[in-house]
Write a protein of this length. Sequence first.
Lengths: 288, 334
Amino acid sequence: VIDPIFLAEAALNGILLGGILALLALGLNLIFGVIDIVWIAYVDLVMICMYAIYFTVQVYGWPVWVGGGVALALGALLGIAVHVLIISPILGSAAVNQLLATGGLLFFLQSFATFLWSTDHRTVRFSLPSWDIGGIFLPATRLIPFVISIVAMVVLYLFLTRTYMGTAIRAVAQDREATALMGASPRRIYLVTSAIGGLMAGLAGALLIFQYSVHPFFGGQFGPLTFMICVLGGLGNMPGAFVASFVMAEIIQIAGVIWSTEMGYVIAFVVFIVMMFVRPGGLLTRRQ
Amino acid sequence: VTLARGAGAVLLALLLLEPWLPLGDVRQYLLHVLIQIFVWAFIGGAWSLMGRFGLVSLGHGAFLGLGAYTAALLWNFWGLTPWLGGLVAALLAVLLGAVVAYPCSRFQVVGHYFGLVTLAVGEVVRLLIIAERDWTGGSLGVSLRPAQGDSLLAMQFADKTVFYYASLVLWLAGLLVWRRLDRSMARSAMEAIGEDETAAASVGIHVTRFKVGITALSAALTAVGGVAYTQYISYVNPDTLAGIGVSLRIVFAVVLGGMYSLLGPTVGTALTIALSEYLRIVLGLKFIGMAETIYGLLLILFIIFLPAGIYGSLADLVARVRRGTMVAGSAGPA
């Protein structure tokens, strides 16, 4: 029998993890929804940005916010680079080839990171407080990333709904041909979307480094989970991805406490598979 | 055609005689590389049975890992011969394949979604192997219990030559299955389904039956490939035999060679294995990760510039040249 306090702590950790997963999923889902290509290597871009923070903050001793800024800028640059160098030449190819090109990028990033920085786990140490709330342990290294993540998502939401560019991006996600007919250039919108997706990867990297140490295979830990959240939430459906992040995070944390970490992921993935059959359009849609 | 046949015959004769060729110290190493090529080409061929009809699975590691672990654990715990263990493994893979393919077909999970569902299945198998560490050895993997000396029953031999011929036969059997399928009605049916499911169903093709059937066949062959690889390496590990990493590797090799042709998977596998072995020898241990970096870079370049795969593109080119000369010839004397 498990002490309910552990379950409560797992549930709280699930909410905190969900915030970070939602940020990862929203960045990928934006690209997925607009350009209709899954960047299999998305979380590996996050990994590169985590190294950027590690080196600026831990090795060179720059302030955290400068390191974060570097990570964000690097993320946006990487997003643009991926789009210009890899995605745009194969925009018209078969879906398999598009998927595999970014899969090749995954191999490239993982092994290049191994080559440059070895497989050592690297941690940025922060001296931040933590609180004990009725036996539940709440460290600031989890709370701060959660809050920043939520703020970032609100900003993204406002950008997408309140600006001209954001409206154009949403329009492309809805109907590519019609948007082009309305005089918006899909090429430019793709580029901006990739840059924003990269920026989100940079931010996610900056927030993940608070809790996790970085190593070249970091992407394997969150990558598959992130695609599944996007699909579970529904392609290009931002609120859906947001809800799906918390559902998956809670399953992972609670099942992780009851059985084991691996079983937490197993159950989350099985839920994903079953949901694909029951609700193929995403959690928040009704079956047609 | 005769030139190609002749070259093929010479190549096959060379492969058959390989263990007798005067190669000196290189022989053992060459045997090792060729065995790997045959086994992985067989697995790639099994994948392409589905892939060529648009059922792009990113989770064949599930069948590979399930097969490898089933046979290995049955042998380790109960001493069941891998011949029977392999059969059990193939049956379990068929079952898993059907459990995945049936709902995927009924609920029309296709394209990206099919890829992601199978990817999840691959990860589930990998994580279950790790989670059940008490009897699977977890992420450390398990070594096969050694038999006393060479044993046909245990499928364990000290001499690589035995494995070499076994893997050669396995590979040829894989090609035979591919050829049989290619010349059957099922191929036309699957192609129709791949083009347009609704249209295929409207002309009376049983979509679900064909999809589940092809998945089961592909899964069974992949599991057999997993058993063969395990017997040769005599060690199983969840990260090298299940999950996203190995699943993507299989797909890459096949796409690199070309998934729509008989020899595409073999060419792709041979190239990727030869490339990684070459880079490993040239770069050695000094630059850990460099070999894989170049490999990843080449994969991206190949996919951008040769989307039909190396063998596929070459075959296209030959066909186009030949058609060109035929048209020119027939247009000449009227």
